[in-house]
Design a protein around this ligand. Structure first.
Ligand SMILES: [Zn+2]
Length: 323
């Protein structure tokens, strides 16, 4: 089976409760856009330099959210200046480069050409910085959904990053490679398993599977955040006395889910655990004033969590200058 954009969209439309039909129609009718421009935000954290790449965007239709309430949604969308388009709320897909001295690591890899013409700009971003794929020494995945792992492989299935060690949760790896689990899900959802396997396959001989809170390398510690996927991981970067949490997909919609953490999304493997993990993470982030970034946090993707009388809200950091 060839995995491509059509397969991915078919998987989405067939997934239980996941009907991005309007998104599919839009993608199919749009002329193919190639060469999205690089969009990136760079800042320093202690001795490290972090770059957030805007890989592109995705629409999330209201039907994808559990517990969705249109009146509440419209109120928080308006408050945050977010728009509800006919396709849904647009969310960004972000990926990261972390540089320390000559060491260059990615946290997630964008989508490359796996998910259509509105995504795939992370490669152009790396090129704009003059970073070649061969220079990347390590890639830390938050999880194995295609908006995070798609950029690992070229369209012919070969590794984009020839020298990088791939770091993934053991639980995550086992889940997506379990034939019995794959056979038990609705047929349309099996493409997610096939895509997950395809994107990591060329890295099998330079793979590091991690478990729990692990010092992945000096200054980067994994943080299990299960629910969205079984092995979903955050990563905490400690550098020069400062901390930045990369929390993966704790939030898909900045507009909706800070305010309403129980509004899980159709792609959550375990919605109940997702909501529990999200509540715990938001509570901790607000209590500790954590600086954080997320794969779908509104670009430029750096901020913190503030508590409200009901739920939470996101406070975006201003654009960082003076590298
Ligand atoms: Zn994601």
């Amino acid at each position: 089976m060839t995995i491509n954009r059509r397969t991915f969209l078919a998987a989405l439309t067939a997934a239980p409760a996941a009907t991005l039909v309007s998104g599919q129609a839009q993608a199919e009718s749009s002329p193919a856009k190639t060469g999205l421009p690089p969009v990136l935000h760079q800042f320093s954290l202690g001795d490290a330099r972090v770059t957030v790449f805007l890989d592109g965007h995705l629409p999330l239709g209201p039907q994808l959210f559990a517990n969705y309430d249109a009146q509440k949604a419209n109120a928080v969308l308006a408050q945050g200046l977010h728009q509800m388009t006919p396709e849904g709320v647009n969310i960004p897909v972000n990926g990261y480069l972390v540089e320390r001295g000559s060491e260059k690591m990615l946290i997630d890899a964008g989508t490359a050409d796996l998910m259509g013409p509105n995504l795939g700009a992370m490669g152009a971003g790396l090129a704009a910085l003059g970073v070649t794929p061969a220079e990347i020494s390590m890639i830390l995945l938050t999880h194995m959904h295609p908006d995070h792992s798609g950029g690992l492989v070229a369209s012919d299935g070969t590794a984009v990053f020839p020298n990088a060690e791939l770091v993934v949760s053991q639980v995550e790896w086992a889940f997506w490679h379990d034939d019995a689990i794959m056979a038990s899900v609705p047929e349309g959802s099996r493409a997610f398993f096939q895509m997950a396997r395809m994107t990591v396959a060329p890295y099998q001989n330079r793979l590091r599977l991690i478990d729990g809170e692990t010092a992945v390398v000096a200054g980067i510690t994994s943080l299990p955040l299960p629910g969205h996927t079984p092995g979903h991981m955050g990563y905490m970067l400690d550098s020069g006395g400062q901390q930045l949490l990369f929390w993966g997909d704790i939030i898909h919609s900045t507009a909706l889910q800070f305010a309403y953490p129980d509004w899980t999304i159709a792609f959550d493997t375990d919605p109940v655990l997702t909501a529990t993990t999200r509540h715990k993470m938001l509570d901790r982030a607000a209590s500790e004033g954590l600086l954080l970034t997320g794969s779908h946090i509104d670009f430029p993707g750096l901020g913190r969590v503030l508590r409200q009388s009901e739920g939470y809200r996101y406070q975006a950091a201003p654009w960082q200058f003076g590298l």
